[in-house]
Design a protein around this ligand. Structure first.
Ligand SMILES: [Zn+2]
Length: 198
C-alpha cells in the first residue's frame, strides 16, 4: 500500500514520519500564520528521511480564526488556536494531492491530546475515512497514533532528537513565540522526554 502522510512539520506528524516511513509527506499551506516555518521543517524532515515532499498551497486565510490566523477567535471556539473546519479542510486538500500521487491511504498525525477539538477526535477521523473511501479512488484516512499522547508517540517512534528538533509547533509565528498553546505543548513534551533548554 502506498501511504502519504499529512506532514505539518509539528512533533506528532514528524514522529509518525519516522515511525511508519510513508512514501511521501504532504504539507498544506492553507494560509496559516506559521506556514513558512512548517514548510521549512517538513522539507528538512523529508530530506532526512529520504521521503518525497509534496506541497499544496491554497490560501484560505480569510476563513480562519484564532491564533493561526489574523482574525480573532470566534465565539464558538473551544480554544485559542481553533480554526473552523480546519482538519476537514486540510485533509481534503491533502487527499487530493495524495490521490494524484497514487496513494491509497492518508495518514494523519492526530494524538489523544488533540481531543479538545471535535475535529481531533477518533470519531472525526473515522467519519473522514468513511467519507473519503466512499468516493472515487477509495482513499483511506487513518490516524495511527490517535490513542497515544505526544510523548508516548515520540517514544514509540524512536525518532532521534536531531530529527525531532526540526519540528515547528508555534501557532502564531514562523519563530517560536514561547507563549501560544503550540509552543507550550512543545515545551512540555520536550520536558517529559527529559530535554531541557537550560
Ligand atoms: Zn508560539
Amino acid at each position: 500500500m502506498i501511504s502519504a502522510l499529512l506532514l505539518s512539520g509539528g512533533q506528532d506528524s514528524t514522529a509518525i514520519a519516522y515511525w511508519l516511513r510513508p512514501e511521501f509527506g504532504i504539507t498544506v499551506d492553507y494560509g496559516q500564520r506559521p506556514s513558512q516555518a512548517e514548510l521549512n521543517a517538513a522539507k528538512q524532515i523529508c530530506t532526512d528521511l529520504h521521503m518525497e515532499h509534496v506541497v499544496v498551497k491554497a490560501d484560505c486565510s480569510r476563513l480562519g480564526s484564532g491564533d493561526l490566523s489574523e482574525s480573532p477567535a470566534l465565539s464558538v471556539a473551544p480554544s485559542s488556536e481553533w480554526w473552523p473546519y480546519r482538519n476537514q479542510l486540510v485533509i481534503t486538500l491533502a487527499a487530493g494531492a495524495a490521490l494524484a500521487h497514487g496513494a491509497q491511504e492518508l495518514l494523519i498525525g492526530a494524538v489523544a491530546n488533540d481531543a479538545g477539538h471535535a475535529d481531533g477526535r477518533i470519531e472525526f477521523f473515522k467519519a473522514m475515512d468513511t467519507l473519503m473511501s466512499m468516493q472515487e479512488g477509495g482513499l483511506r484516512v487513518r490516524a495511527p497514533a490517535i490513542e497515544l499522547n505526544s510523548t508516548e508517540l515520540i517514544k514509540k517512534s524512536k525518532i532521534p532528537m536531531e530529527i525531532l528538533c526540526w519540528a515547528h509547533s508555534c501557532h502564531r509565528s514562523n519563530f517560536a513565540c514561547g507563549q501560544c498553546r503550540g509552543c507550550v505543548k512543545h515545551k512540555n513534551v520536550m520536558f517529559e522526554l527529559g530535554v531541557s533548554p537550560y
